[in-house]
Structure formats: C-alpha cells, structure tokens
Write a protein that binds this ligand. Structure first.
Ligand code: TXA
Ligand code: MG
Length: 320
C-alpha cells in the first residue's frame, strides 16, 4: 500500500527524487490533490494515464513554480496571457496556450496547445521547486470519478498504484482550477476556483464554451466528476422523495428540509459560495459512501464559485 506522509523537507526531497526516476507522487494543491509526474518524461506521463485509467485523448495540466518556465513550455505568450498570469498566478487559473516543442505530445494528447498553471499551495510550490521542473498533474482520482480534496480520497482511489501521497490536509478551494483557452478568442473551458467575473474584470468579455460547441476540453464530457451513486439536482419546489428510496441530500445552506433523508450534508450553513465549493467534493465523497440509492443536490446560484459548483453537479448528474 502507498505511503501517506506529511510534507517535511525530507519527504519533499524523496518525492522529488521519485519524480526524477519517473515515479508518481500525489500532492495537495489549493484546488484538489494532483497526481504528479515529470511533465517532460513521456514514460512518467504514460504512467499517470494508466494509474487513473484515463483515456489518452484527455490532455494533462502542466504545473510550474517559476514564471520563466512559461517561455520554454509555450511557443507564444501574448499580452493578455501575461496580464492574467501577473494578476492571478500563483492561483486556481489554468491557461491554454500554443505549445512549445519540449512538451511531449502525450501530455497534450496531440493538441497544439498546452494547459499550464502555477498553483498557490505552499506544498505544491515547494515540491515543484525541489523537483526543479514542470510537473504534469491531473486530479488524483480515477477517471470520471470524484476529485480528491484530502489525502484519504487519493488513497481510496489510487492507493494501490502510486508511489507516495503527500498529505497537506484538506484543499482550501476544493474545486478544480478555472480553465481559460487563450490560443484563440478567450474561452472558458471549465469554470473553477477563480470566478469568471474576476477574469472578465481584467480582460473583458470571455466566451463561454457550451456543450453544443466542439468539445475542446474533455472536462466538457457529459458524465464526469461523478459519484457512483446516482445524483439528481433538485429543480423547483415540488420535490418529494419517492417511497422506499434511501436518499441523501446535498444541501446548499443551513436548515435544509431534512425529513425523509437518510443523510444530509450542508455545503455552507451561511450560504457562502466559497465555503460551499470548498466542501463540495468532501460532502459528495461522504454521501457516496453512505450506501444510498440516490443523492439529491440543491441547486446553487450561478455566480462566482456557484458556476463551478453547478458545472460539477450537472456533470455528476450526467443528464445533459
Ligand atoms: O485544479 C486543477 O486544475 C487540478 C489540480 C491538480 O491542478 N487539476 C485538474 O486536472 O483538474 P484534470 O486533468 O483533472 O483536468 C484538466 C482538464 C481536463 O478536462 C483536460 O481536458 C483539460 O484540462 N485540458 C488539458 N490540456 C488541455 C488543452 N491543451 N486544451 C484544452 N483542454 C485541456
Ligand atoms: Mg479531473
């Protein structure tokens, strides 16, 4: 079984050395836990796909700790990208930019673009610095399943297939990074930890990729981020639990209607969307292991981080 260790200097040194040998290390970021491998080593990257059972057509995000790295990983970085980087990095924003030649094709699934982000979590940054190069890291879950926001979640899903898990405690943001494609007209590929409103305040209107558009990001796949238990979003007021059904409730804010539910998880007692995003995956992991027939989820307002929450709930529901 994999070792789960606190991020001491010694552990970070060992993790970096595992990465240099082509091994896989799960580590905390401010969004979710990542499953890291040497981004410039195609064999290490192949191992990431295998461990996650992720299809090779789904490209990975490359993580960096130094702004200079962007120059060799990308062939063109325009002013908009530089503005966003200076404003939001390190932080939960991934930029899709034209790829540089040193990035192996397996990382980008053959695309001419590469997704890059500089995480703000101190453990992620310390690991990147210790390793000294870019780290490719998808979320450390099996493909299509719930993203991990604590070390335990990683151990449950991948414990038998990776070398080390660095336990940095729960992830402070709790939903994945926002992905913005800047290779053409600025387009939101995935709402995430950085609210769209903040990006638009810096570069103006951003196009929102809808499901009818060509899927540019497999994060756009219909069913994704899913618990094993079926999930339904509660729409409208007239909701009743079917008789004989063991149902759980994912409530947005305090004092939800609890009668009839077997388990209730409240995302934010005060109705704060940041807190709700932070608790989303942990609550879904809990509901998913409660032996329920179905999870009902309350809709949240689609502003700020609410956009990322509803995106993940819709994908978990898998209906649209
Ligand atoms: O917060 C995060 O972004 C986390 C942490 C670990 O950094 N990572 C993460 O990675 O969520 P992953 O692999 O679970 O999701 C990355 C998404 C995928 O939907 C992938 O299709 C998309 O990024 N992506 C990667 N490269 C791309 C590219 N060149 N063009 C479009 N989409 C890309
Ligand atoms: Mg993922």
């Amino acid at each position: 079984m994999v070792r789960v260790l606190k991020p001491t200097e010694e552990v970070l040194r060992e993790a970096a050395s595992l990465l240099r040998k082509g091994g896989l290390v799960a580590f905390p970021t401010e969004t979710v836990y990542g499953l890291g491998g040497d981004a410039l080593n195609p064999e290490a990257v192949a191992k990431i796909f295998e461990a996650k059972e992720r299809p090779y057509f789904d490209p990975l995000i490359v993580h960096i700790a130094k702004f200079e790295d962007i120059e060799r990983l990308c062939s063109r970085v325009d002013d908009r990208a530089r503005l966003l980087m200076s404003r939001f990095w390190p932080g939960p924003l991934t930029l899709v930019l034209p790829k540089g030649d040193i990035v192996p094709d397996i990382v980008t699934a053959g695309l001419r673009t590469v997704a890059i982000r500089m995480p703000s979590h101190p453990v992620a940054l310390a690991l990147l610095r210790e390793f000294g190069g870019p780290i490719a890291a998808p979320s450390a879950n099996r493909f299509g399943f719930l993203s991990p926001t604590q070390a335990e979640h990683v151990k449950d899903q991948l414990g038998d297939r990776i070398d080390l898990i660095i336990d940095g405690g729960p992830c402070p943001i709790g939903v994945e990074s926002t992905i913005l494609d800047l290779s053409e007209e600025p387009t939101l590929l995935r709402p995430g930890g950085l609210p769209l409103e903040e990006i638009e305040r810096v570069i103006g209107k951003v196009k929102i990729l809808t499901l009818s558009d060509r899927p540019r990001s497999p994060g756009q796949l219909k069913r994704h981020y899913s618990p094993r238990t079926p999930l339904r979003i509660i729409r409208g007021e007239s909701f009743v639990i079917p008789i004989g059904v063991k149902a759980g409730l994912l409530a947005f804010k305090g004092s939800p209607r609890r009668e009839g539910f077997y388990v209730v998880e409240v995302l934010s007692p005060s109705g704060d969307l940041r807190e709700a995003a932070c608790n989303l995956f942990r609550s879904l992991h809990r509901l998913d292991s409660a032996g329920l027939d179905v999870i009902y989820a309350e809709a949240v307002p689609e502003v700020g981080l609410g956009r990322a929450i509803m995106d993940r709930l819709r994908k978990a529901e898998g209906l649209e």
